[in-house]
Design a protein around this ligand. Structure first.
Ligand SMILES: *[C@@H]1O[C@H](CO)[C@@H](O)[C@H](O)[C@H]1NC(C)=O
Ligand SMILES: *[C@@H]1O[C@H](CO)[C@@H](O)[C@H](O)[C@H]1NC(C)=O
Ligand SMILES: *[C@@H]1O[C@H](CO)[C@@H](O)[C@H](O)[C@H]1NC(C)=O
Length: 402
């Protein structure tokens, strides 16, 4: 009798494990609209053209789960719009991959916002009117073009479709670099933004100067790989799945090699690492251009938020941060080694001197909160996103006066 029960329960357990890992495996290959609609939310795709020929895709969650069901069809009328902009190697996926209880895209939609999730040029949601992805010219961009062309085009798309005058911009990591570059290059966009929220803002990177010098000067990594025909920083989902299943499957901090490498750059936080979803996150990493890394490297090496100008070792010309004219809220991670606290503080001091700093705070009280935790922490819903929505409500109340 007990043997039968044991066998039955083993079969049941295996069944659960298999379905679980299968549904996770499926998540590696699902498109963002598929992810959103399988979570029970309405979703729309929008194409955005930039003046230099790139075609970007935006993903919109126009309503929450409950509102969508109640009204039968999603209706964004009268709603306020938020634009979410991802970081390096990221995509719109980063704001939904942890699911409805944890990811910011869903939590904002359930809080009543019209959520627009952007995609910057380079990731799988990018095409070009004339350039193929195999053309080196396709990859000739950095966050400079993200800020000068992509973000303005996406903002115009949101305002055009919704008929609103202004939106709230929420950036994570490179999505914040994009914001500051945009305001320096296209200050007229201040009129289209109610307020800016910067999560782990990447403007000053002095703390990774050694790493940048090593990779760009000592090893000369981008040029070495360029001459070997590697056009971009590329990740093939199936290759990533293989790497992840062979090196990242040891779920034990003492023996783990995979997360250790990543943590050496972003800060160590095993407690908030969700081992189940990690393979999905890694396999969904997006391509980047070498120039993006080099431009960040130039900032780290010079200690100046400088434009690219005549290249990595060329002239240093600071972006003008005094052109930011909207309220700025900055959130840092206590253990973020990539966009480190002191560097975020330096940015805050500069913005405070021009009177636009709304607040500077830790993203949450967890002392090991690292760079990736802002989107992928096991408990990112409770630690960061739910309090963040309250902050966003407050910003709309204070600054969105009709
Ligand atoms: C949106 O763009 C189209 C085409 O450029 C234009 O005709 C229309 O008036 C715009 N709508 C709004 C609400 O701005
Ligand atoms: C930066 O922008 C501010 C505000 O528009 C302007 O007053 C200032 O002259 C600019 N600084 C430089 C170096 O261009
Ligand atoms: C910003 O400036 C005000 C007064 O000029 C000061 O009281 C405040 O502490 C500053 N905030 C930060 C984060 O530097």
């Amino acid at each position: 009798m007990s043997a039968i029960i044991l066998r039955v329960s083993i079969v049941l357990c295996l069944g659960v494990v298999l379905t679980d890992s299968q549904s996770l495996r499926k998540k590696i290959y699902m498109t963002v609209p598929q992810l959103i609609s399988s979570a029970g939310y309405p979703v729309e795709k929008h194409r955005v053209k930039t003046p230099d020929g790139y075609i970007l895709q935006m993903h919109r969650i126009p309503a929450g789960r409950r509102t969508a069901r109640r009204s039968g069809s999603p209706n964004a009328k009268g709603k306020k719009a938020v634009l979410l902009v991802h970081g390096l190697l990221g995509s719109s996926s980063d704001f939904v991959i942890m699911g409805p209880e944890r990811s910011l895209g869903y939590i904002l939609a359930d809080a009543g916002y019209d959520v627009w999730i952007g995609n910057l040029r380079g990731n799988v949601h990018t095409a070009h009117q004339t350039l193929k992805r195999t053309n080196p010219e396709f990859w000739s961009y950095s966050f400079h073009e993200h800020g000068k062309h992509d973000a303005p085009a996406m903002i115009d798309k949101v305002l055009n479709v919704t008929g609103l005058d202004r939106l709230m911009y929420i950036g994570y990591s490179m999505g914040t670099t994009t914001f500051f570059t945009m305001m320096s290059q296209r200050p007229e966009y201040n009129d289209k933004v109610i307020a800016f929220v910067g999560l782990a803002p990447a403007v000053y990177l002095d703390n990774i100067r050694f790493l940048a010098n090593f990779l760009l000067k000592t090893v000369n990594l981008p040029n070495t790989l360029r001459t070997r025909g590697m056009l971009s920083v590329a990740f093939e989902p199936s290759t990533m799945e293989f790497i992840v299943s062979s090196f990242c499957s040891i779920r034990n901090p003492d023996a783990d090699m995979c997360m250790r490498v990543i943590f050496s750059i972003v800060g160590e936080d095993y407690e908030q690492n969700d081992w189940d979803i990690t393979p999905v996150i890694l396999a969904r990493f997006q391509p980047a251009s070498w120039k993006q890394l080099e431009h960040f490297g130039k900032i780290a090496i010079t200690g100046v938020f400088t434009s690219w100008e005549d290249g990595l070792w060329g002239a240093v010309k600071p972006y003008n941060l005094s052109r930011v004219a909207v309220p700025v809220s900055l959130f840092y991670g206590e253990n973020d080694q990539l966009t480190e606290k002191s560097q975020v503080q330096r940015l805050a001091t500069e913005l405070n001197s021009t009177g636009v700093l709304e607040s500077l705070e830790p993203g949450c009280s967890w002392p090991k909160f690292n760079h990736l935790d802002f989107v992928f922490a096991k408990d990112v819903g409770n630690l960061l996103n739910r309090p963040l929505v309250k902050h966003i409500n407050m910003l709309f109340k204070k600054y969105d006066k009709d």
